[in-house]
Design a protein around this ligand. Structure first.
Ligand code: NAP
Length: 474
């Protein structure tokens, strides 16, 4: 076997290993207990993909590759270490934008180089299709992801920005972009069509994200993730790289499925998320209801007495628990109640927090046994119905009874937990803040609901102190 054939074998072998590891990684990520392994498998897959690509490409000098590697590591590592879990969605949007910048730049450079070449190296109809597609989805992802980042980071308003006929304008622009793609495929030398696709896609990324509210941004981010995957797959076709086609297709399909799962968990149609301008105006009806009755509160001392003698407790964590980083303190409370003979379960809603699996991740990070998590809404509601105490920690929308009772509520139809079916409900939150949907929550004024106001970590800390004080007979 000559040297060239051996090199090709190593390259294709690395690509195969990378592809298998990507698939295994995704498979492992479907089980929380193996999620860490899944990340390691995917990272190892990436290493194989990089090795294969470095051997495959006709690299004249490694200088810029090494510079890029060093700059990327210097910027990326501290960024990933510093970003809190609650800011993960915008961090993901930010990194998607850079992936899309890379795919779009490759598309533009490849188009320019191939336009100037002739024969086999020149622009074929197929290559023009791949490059046009790559630039369309890549450019849309760049500006769309930066907009999503801006909304979540509150650099721009999280509320939907709408104007009359917006959907019609967006659909027309999209039709023009796809029309230009058809022109480019028919006549690959038509540079105007190519750059028109690029310009329109950059504009569409902004105009399509503008009318979507901050609460729906995680769905949008996962959809943009899917677009970035499609752009990467098209890049793979354009530059003849198999692993890019496979990884891009996996990302494209994965992002799309995740967007649909999230929409379903909020009981919203996919079209409603993209075109519905959700979160535009807080429900005034809900506001009136909240004003009519005042919530009752309870002291940490009295709540601790009830918890110390409770036979079954269900904790419902939400976004506020993640912000307060109260998961470790929560585990301590759990241990204390369990030591006193109570059984503690956690009801985890599919859209609790700000990204899929948000609460599952932080609870397992705190060492809470996965067996104690109730991740099915109906199962959790069955357990809640016989529980002595339900503790709602920094959750709001996912326990809003209006989702079942009030047809005018934007949450209507979303499957929710029913903590009010437990004997007593404690709600831990700082004040009268609404949830992400911006609507009032009548749970707080129900007869068996008692509020414990304060930061989640501080309040749970006080409960622990009071339960311990009971033991010591103070
Ligand atoms: P939520 O409805 O946003 O409510 C969070 C509550 O936490 C607020 O009412 C706030 O009240 C309280 N809070 C904030 N900081 C706190 C702290 N330090 N200590 C104690 N409480 C604190 O949260 P959720 O019930 O988890 O619902 C998630 C929402 O996000 C849903 O509307 C869901 O549709 C949306 N969403 C989620 C995803 C996802 O993938 N997870 C995706 C898209 C949309 P105070 O200000 O009074 O403290």
């Amino acid at each position: 076997m000559n040297g060239l054939a051996t090199r090709d074998l190593i390259i294709q072998g690395s690509y195969l290993a990378a592809s298998v590891l990507f698939v295994l990684g995704l498979r492992s990520l479907t089980r929380p207990t193996q999620a860490r392994l899944g990340m390691q498998q995917a990272a190892m897959g990436m290493l194989f993909a990089i090795i294969g690509t470095l051997l495959n490409a006709n690299i004249l000098t490694f200088q810029w590759i090494i510079i890029g590697l060093v700059v990327g590591a210097i910027v990326g590592y501290p960024m990933a270490m510093k970003v809190p879990m609650t800011a993960m969605p915008q961090f993901i949007a930010f990194s998607h934008a850079f992936g899309a910048v890379a795919a779009t730049l490759v598309g533009v450079v490849e188009y320019r180089v191939r336009s100037a070449a002739t024969g086999d190296e020149g622009l074929s109809h197929g290559l023009a299709a791949a490059l046009g597609f790559e630039v369309l989805f890549g450019a849309l992802t760049i500006t769309g992801s930066f907009m999503a980042f801006g909304k979540l980071q509150e650099l721009i308003t999280g509320r939907p920005i709408t104007f009359k006929g917006q959907n019609a304008v967006n659909l027309t622009l999209m039709a023009v972009a796809f029309g230009s793609l058809a022109v480019l495929i028919a006549n690959p030398a038509n540079a105007t069509a190519f750059y028109l696709i690029l310009g329109l896609a950059l504009f569409l990324g902004i105009s399509m994200v503008l009318p979507i509210g901050g609460g729906d941004m995680p769905v949008v981010i996962s959809l943009l993730n899917s677009y970035a995957g499609l752009a990467a797959a098209a890049t793979g076709f354009a530059i003849g790289n198999n692993v890019l086609i496979i990884a891009g297709a996996l990302e494209g399909a994965g992002g799309f499925i995740l967007s649909i799962i999230m929409s379903k968990a909020m009981n919203r149609s996919f079209a409603n998320v993209i075109f519905g301008a959700f979160g535009a105006a807080p429900s005034s009806k809900g506001g009136d209801k909240g004003a009519a009755k005042e919530p009752k509160s309870i002291s940490a001392e009295d709540a601790a007495t009830q918890l110390a003698y409770a036979g079954s407790v269900v904790i419902i964590p939400g976004y506020g628990m993640a912000v307060a980083q109260a998961q470790h303190t929560c585990r301590e409370l759990d241990e204390l109640i369990s030591k006193k003979g109570g059984e503690v379960k956690y009801a985890i809603h599919p859209v609790a927090g700000r990204m899929p699996g948000h609460l599952n991740v932080i609870l397992s990070e705190a060492g809470i046994d996965y067996g104690a998590l109730l991740t099915d809404v109906e199962d959790a509601n069955r357990v809640l119905a016989t529980a002595d105490v339900a503790i709602v920690i920094g959750a709001n929308d996912i326990v809003n009874p209006d989702a079942e009772d009030d047809k005018s509520s934007p949450l209507y139809g979303m499957p929710i937990f029913r903590p009010w079916t437990a004997r007593t409900v404690f709600v831990i939150k700082r004040g009268k803040g609404t949830g992400f949907s911006g609507v009032e929550n009548p749970l707080f004024t129900r007869d068996n609901t008692l509020m414990l106001y304060g930061d989640a970590k501080g309040v749970i800390g006080s409960l622990i102190k009071e339960i311990k004080a009971l033991d010591e007979g103070h």
